[in-house]
Ligand binder design. Sequence first.
Ligand code: PLP
Ligand code: COI
Length: 359
Amino acid sequence: MKYEISITKTANPKARPADESKLGFGRIFTDHMFMMDYATDKGWYNGRIVPFGPIAIHPASTVLHYGAEIFEGMKAYRAADGTIRMFRPLENVKRLNQSAERLCLPQLDEEGCLDILNTLVELEKDWVPHNDGTSLYIRPFLFGNDPHLGVHAVKEATFVVICSPVGAYYAEGINPVKIAIESQDVRAVRGGTGYAKCGGNYAASLRAGQRAEEQGYTQVLWLDGVERKYIEEVGAMNVMFKIGGKIVTPALSGSILPGITRKSCLELLKDWGYTVEERQISVDELFEAAANGSLEEAWGTGTAAVVSPIGQLFYNGNAYTLCGGKIGEVAQKLYDNLTGIQWGKIDDAHGWSYTVCNG
Ligand code: PLP
Ligand code: COI
């Protein structure tokens, strides 16, 4: 079911970034955004593409007080054949609905949501950058918007999609990042909201992230919230290790985000004949493997960061260098293949590319 979408074009289109090598991440926004409102008695209504700009919000709005907000992160690419494509967008739509279910926010029709993304990206297609390693980051978000202060599941909500031309998420690009394992704060627990992509998870992660940054680390690697012993995920990425020739990654236990890049990497790794284990990994196991030389590689996976090799892990005062601080073979192969599929440079055997329009 498609939603009705009215389009009001901006009278003042902005100049597009002149130097695509300096895009950074999430600081420049396109000319338009999508908005749609929800009320329990009306369903979703007033779907509209409007000029990009501030959103008026009631000071008592649920999102401002109780954090009822979920979001997605996906990308559109300018492929080698000139088409504009997205990568497995239906997976993001499904995850948005799973997050909505957890936070008692209204769900979106899958086909309708895909059509919204498609319509907005097609309108903004000239904003999809051209340089290697760049893309148009798409940020759908949905928030509870009741104009009163009672704590309950909302009756009103707003769905918005904004777009930002981006380069690499980390200043390091594909070069290895330094990650600190966090032993004080926890991000999420089973039964909580860890598997949902909700703003509150990120708010809870900021203090540890800041501490790690102050010590020269790019991001935090979270441990489980109960025993503080099992590896969970990195701030904006899932994490994978190559131990004794096998690929090991934390199982989806409910407290980590079910990453679409994670899922795609696991499918590629299986195609290539690797043994893949989705299970609990304790920090002790990890450092034992580091000590005996069987921890061959570690990397993170995520939409923003794609595949990001981990060159150093810090834990309880000790720093461990991994893979000689260099990009590992498997991380590089995953990066090359994923971006190759996304940019339409190599065969898309799984049918993950979704063509939006001609560029
Ligand atoms: N884990 C967290 C906490 C994230 O923010 C992200 C980024 O979206 C991921 C994992 C990776 O998920 P995906 O591959 O779907 O982008
Ligand atoms: C993404 O990879 O899309 C993310 O959401 C990571 C981060 C910017 C929150």
